[in-house]
Design a protein around this ligand. Sequence first.
Ligand SMILES: [Zn+2]
Length: 134
Amino acid sequence: MKQQLILSKRHWREMLDHVVREVPLEACGLLAGKNERVQKVIVVRNQAQSPARFVMDPYEQLRAFDWIESNGLDLLGIFHSHPAGPAAASVTDIAEAAYEVVHIIWSRGQNRWQARGFWIENGRASEVSLQIME
Ligand SMILES: [Zn+2]
């Protein structure tokens, strides 16, 4: 399990822009990098086109995995949004977590978006610290 994930302000902004653009639908994407350091944000279309659920477009996801591998990086995280809350992993998120990566959940509370990181394993979500650097 990872204790933290390190992101740049640019990565943060790229995720936030995508999340805001997709409102009222849930948005999703992947984070690639090495160890705990994110190097690339890859947005992926939400095939479900739903405000309460996300399913990554399988073709875009496969292309992203190919890109990550061919650039010598690892999949570090998966992010998605909860446009109508809550700021935590849902029962579905926990049940469907298929990769041992940090799950970042964006939620909108009082008109301000926030993101929290979780490690999901054995049916439980524990918080992972997100460090934002220059
Ligand atoms: Zn969710």
